[in-house]
Design a protein around this ligand. Structure first.
Ligand SMILES: N[C@@H](CCC(=O)N[C@@H](CS)C(=O)NCC(=O)O)C(=O)O
Length: 218
């Protein structure tokens, strides 16, 4: 049994979707990052970097409990545990890891900063332009790639898609006109239709909405 420490954010949803896609049994432990739960000592003992997602596999390597944070590392671990979504053949495997690293080093940080600066009250135009341009450049790279292959790493759906997909929703928040990236849109809609993705997206969504409603009502 895997313990999943998460909240419905783009990085959290990667692992929520992966667990639904693999069918590995798990129990969810909400860590409300909007309420500061990530700073509680019991969560810091699992991830000293105070960020979700994290997991504890009670049957980890050597059949011992094993804790892991960083969504990319978690996706690789779960893919190898389930024998799914990370091809075994070296060329396909490293192409998948290449696009996973593209997400971890590019898409995640840049999209996150674009969202932050674009919605900040204190408008810093230099930062908004820098991150909005970078987000659009990354969409161009993905659009070109997805014009050549069905999925990011080739013809198979892999952890590179699972890592990237949650970041591509709500493009308007990041200054992206999806009409300019039709291959990304085609890929986005295809993955959205997967039942496991919909289940992963629904995980803790009501809890998040309830939290936001309560905050808005004072
Ligand atoms: N590189 C990390 C990033 C995780 C991350 O940024 N998580 C955010 C939610 S999307 C978080 O927990 N933020 C809370 C905080 O920074 O205090 C990963 O991929 O796991």
């Amino acid at each position: 049994m895997i313990e999943l420490y998460t909240w419905p954010t783009p990085n959290g949803r990667k692992v929520n979707i992966m667990l639904e896609e693999t069918g590995l049994p798990y129990t969810v432990y909400p860590v409300n990052t909007q309420a500061g739960d990530q700073f509680k000592p019991e969560f810091l003992a699992i991830n000293p970097n105070n960020k979700i997602p994290a997991i504890i596999d009670r049957n980890g390597p050597g059949d011992k409990p094993f804790a892991l944070f960083e969504s990319g590392a978690i996706l690789i671990y779960l893919a190898e545990k389930a024998g799914k979504f990370l091809p075994y053949e070296p060329a396909a495997k490293y192409t998948t890891l290449q696009w996973l690293m593209f997400q971890m080093g590019g898409v995640g940080p840049m999209f996150g900063q674009a969202g932050y600066f674009r919605s900040a009250k204190d408008k810093q135009q230099g930062a908004i332009d820098r991150f909005t341009n970078e987000v659009n450049r990354l969409h161009k790279v993905m659009n070109q790639r997805l014009g050549q292959s069905e999925y990011l790493a080739g013809e198979r759906y892999t952890i590179a898609d699972i890592a990237t997909w949650p970041w591509v929703s709500n493009p308007e928040r990041r200054g992206v006109d999806m009409a300019l990236y039709p291959n990304v849109q085609r890929w986005y809609e295809g993955i959205l239709a997967r039942p496991a993705v919909q289940r992963g997206m629904a995980l803790l969504a009501d809890e998040r909405t309830a939290h936001e409603r309560a905050r808005a009502n004072g």
